[in-house]
Design a protein around this ligand. Structure first.
Ligand SMILES: [Zn+2]
Ligand SMILES: [Zn+2]
Length: 256
């Protein structure tokens, strides 16, 4: 694996190590294509700014530091600078514009919340058992995919639905079918493997295999060491075999 487009930085406040440490580690491990995709900066119209994002006041520094490093390591590694972003219909256009104005080259979708954070959020990884909530999640993912701006869908299986499995599979199938039809990859998230999270969720990837959705990997690094880790790649490769996933390798960037 010589690519990783899912990398955080200290700017989001919950990752460690300098950006240069990530880059050095990536080069050492044979990564040739490295994308930084920290949590997109955004101030809601009511002034609210969530604590997990790159602060709006720091976003310029994020780009300046990464751009400087990109030049420094040019020839050794190809660096791209973007964001991981949620899709909220009422704010989407503003969020996208803010990202573009700061200089984002690409976006990955990370639907950590279903409702905007200033409206109570609804954290995807919390336990959910209402079918309507699951449907709201799958609808928001498909709507996000249709915007055409996202390079891929990070951890599409992060929604922790604990209700009926049959309903779960049918809702996830909609996401997988949309992915195949739009040729928009789904990310098998290696942080989930490393951290033993609720994702990757086996049932999801079984459906993804059945629907032949394009699949890519992302380390979702929040520390320099995790910009590459062989153990989680091995587990992910096993899942590719087990569910006959359509693994595409390095995704094509949708440049903004
Ligand atoms: Zn994420
Ligand atoms: Zn992430």
């Amino acid at each position: 694996m010589d690519y990783n487009y899912h990398t955080h930085t200290v700017y989001c406040g919950h990752a460690t190590d300098s950006a240069e440490d990530y880059i050095r580690r990536a080069i050492d491990c044979g990564i040739r294509y490295l994308g930084f995709s920290d949590h997109a900066p955004f101030r809601f119209p009511d002034g609210y700014e969530a604590g997990f994002r790159v602060p709006v006041g720091q976003a310029k520094n994020y780009f300046e530091e990464l751009s400087r490093l990109r030049e420094k390591y040019r020839g050794e590694i190809e660096i791209r600078i973007g964001f991981e972003m949620e899709y909220y219909p009422d704010h989407f256009e503003n969020m996208r514009q803010v990202a573009v104005d700061f200089g984002a080259e690409y976006l990955i979708l990370g639907q950590h919340y279903v409702l905007p954070e200033n409206q109570g959020g609804v954290f995807s990884m919390d336990r959910h058992y209402e079918f309507e909530d699951l449907r709201a999640y799958s609808n928001s993912l498909v709507a996000a995919m249709k915007t055409g701006v996202f390079t891929y869908v990070a951890h599409p299986d992060m929604y922790n639905f604990i209700g009926d499995n049959l309903l779960y599979r049918e809702e996830m199938r909609k996401i997988c079918i949309a992915s195949r039809k739009m040729n928009l990859p789904l990310e098998l998230n290696l942080l989930g493997i490393r951290d033993n999270r609720i994702y990757p969720r086996e049932e999801f990837w079984k459906v993804a295999g059945e629907e032949d959705a394009p699949v890519t990997f992302g380390f979702d690094a929040h520390a320099a060491m995790d910009v590459y880790d062989k153990a989680s790649v091995t587990v992910a490769e096993r899942m590719v075999k087990k569910y006959a996933l359509n693994y595409i390798g390095k995704p094509d960037l949708k440049l903004l």
